[in-house]
Design a protein around this ligand. Structure first.
Ligand code: FAD
Ligand code: UDP
Length: 380
């Protein structure tokens, strides 16, 4: 009855499903254990009429024309240059740390000298990861590096990862480099914004195809069995392609131990006032137990609401307890080795494909995930 089964209706599963259904004429079954589609990109209107992102703020950003063009088939966009500020010493400074930030936190003459030094050393417009900047032995550069390390990275990273910046993968802190420019945007990609009427309608349109059947509220393990011999669907052998976008350890009952993840608790608050913080995202880099506060109306551009809803993010170590969601893979050699051990169990499963932030144990943005899903679907 089905040619392909896709587990998970997040961006990875949804893009793959649409392409296989539409371009390859495959009958696709999508199994999703949550009661909704969209994965972590899911958004909905809360009880106060405010459009919120249930699993944390999501801003689509990409420089990949083909990804933008593909998703644009399913949505119009509210495009903007996404800006983030951090609350440091009672004021709001632009993040990533850039030349505007430099001039805010150092007095005029010093800032001018430091600016020249940065441009001389790294070139105008360059992006310097904090861990690279800290390697520089020049006293001036060192002073900037120390400031940024102390005021932007140290405590935020301790909250987010439970580890110091030097203990985590440089790939992670490298996502928010020091910018040798006056660009206050968080991302430098050509396209950035959110779907005009929300992420969920974009997913609904993507999955609305005659060849796609979505069964939500179904854990794949209720209907699929995986063994060395192959895959069974509802007790019958299934010989088509299976794309799995869930956590790989769960598929094998965590028999080698759990893959470590960081999770988040989201505390939503609603206020009967026009604005709470006047910014979409404020990072708390030196104080508080939460990492950031997002005020949704400034992210989505929603205007037909008088009140405002915010969310605070509290990170913690994922334990696998019921209701916890694994959000961030913790990238290091030990965890990669454990992941490989699980991955090796799928070697004999010829038409079984691992795709997604969880299944690949990687730190993907929406655009990279979309691209990867497009490529996998093309290759089948
Ligand atoms: P998911 O969205 O997690 O989808 C996987 C789906 O599989 C889930 O719906 C899950 O319920 C389902 N599933 C798992 N196991 C099973 C099972 N056994 N049976 C059935 N279904 C199952 N990226 C950006 O580009 N911009 C951002 O601003 C951004 N912000 C982020 C903020 C936060 C707090 C987090 C955690 C991530 C953010 N990301 C952002 C990353 C983005 O969320 C991911 O790139 C994207 O969601 C990955 O899609 P996915 O399909 O791989 O995974
Ligand atoms: N980071 C930080 N301070 C900030 C912003 C980011 O220390 O103000 C570090 C932190 O370790 C974080 C990483 O940089 O996990 C990547 O940040 P990004 O905003 O890309 O994280 P995400 O949006 O994926 O949670």
């Amino acid at each position: 009855m089905y040619d392909c089964i896709i587990i998970g209706a997040g961006i990875a599963g949804a893009v793959a499903a649409r392409k296989l259904a539409e371009e390859k004429g495959k009958k696709v079954l999508v199994l999703e254990r949550r009661d909704h589609i969209g994965g972590n990109c899911y958004d909905e209107v809360d009880g106060y009429g405010v459009l919120i992102h249930n699993y944390g703020p999501h801003i689509f950003h990409t420089g990949m024309e083909e990804v933008f063009a593909y998703l644009s088939r399913f949505t119009d966009w509210y495009l903007f240059g996404h800006e983030v500020v951090a609350k440091v010493d009672g004021r709001l400074i632009p993040i990533p740390f850039n030349l505007n930030t430099l001039h805010m936190v150092f007095e005029k003459e010093k800032a001018e000298r430091l600016e020249c030094k940065l441009i001389e050393t790294y070139g105008e417009g360059s992006r310097v990861p904090i861990m690279k900047l800290r390697e520089n032995e020049d006293a001036d550069i060192r002073e900037i590096a120390d400031y940024v390390y102390e005021n932007v990275f140290l405590r935020y990273t301790m909250k987010q990862w439970g580890q110091m910046p030097e203990e985590i993968s440089p790939e992670v802190t490298g996502r928010v480099p020091v910018l040798i420019s006056y660009d206050n945007r968080y991302f430098q990609d050509k396209y950035q914004g959110v779907p005009k009427d929300g992420f969920t309608p974009m997913f609904e349109r993507m999955l609305a195809h005659e060849n796609v059947t979505v069964r939500s509220g179904v854990d794949c393990k209720e209907v699929l069995t995986f063994s060395g011999e192959g895959i069974m669907l509802d007790g019958e052998p299934f010989s088509g392609d299976v794309i799995y976008t869930g956590a790989l350890d769960e598929l094998f009952d965590c028999k080698f131990g759990r893959l470590p993840y960081r999770s988040l608790r989201f505390d939503f608050e609603h206020y009967n006032q026009d604005s709470y913080q006047g910014h979409s995202v404020v990072n708390y880099t030196v104080s508080e137990d939460f990492t950031r506060i997002t005020e949704f109306k400034f992210l989505t551009g929603q205007q037909d609401t008088d009140g405002t809803t915010i969310v605070k993010e509290y990170p913690f170590a994922y334990t696998g307890a019921e209701g916890e969601i694994p959000y961030y893979a913790i990238l290091n050699e030990e965890n990669q080795a454990l992941y490989e051990k699980y991955r090796a169990l799928t070697d004999g499963m010829k038409r079984f494909h691992l795709l997604g932030r969880l299944a690949e144990y990687k730190y993907y943005n929406i655009d990279a995930m979309t691209k990867k899903a497009m490529e996998l679907a093309d290759s089948l």
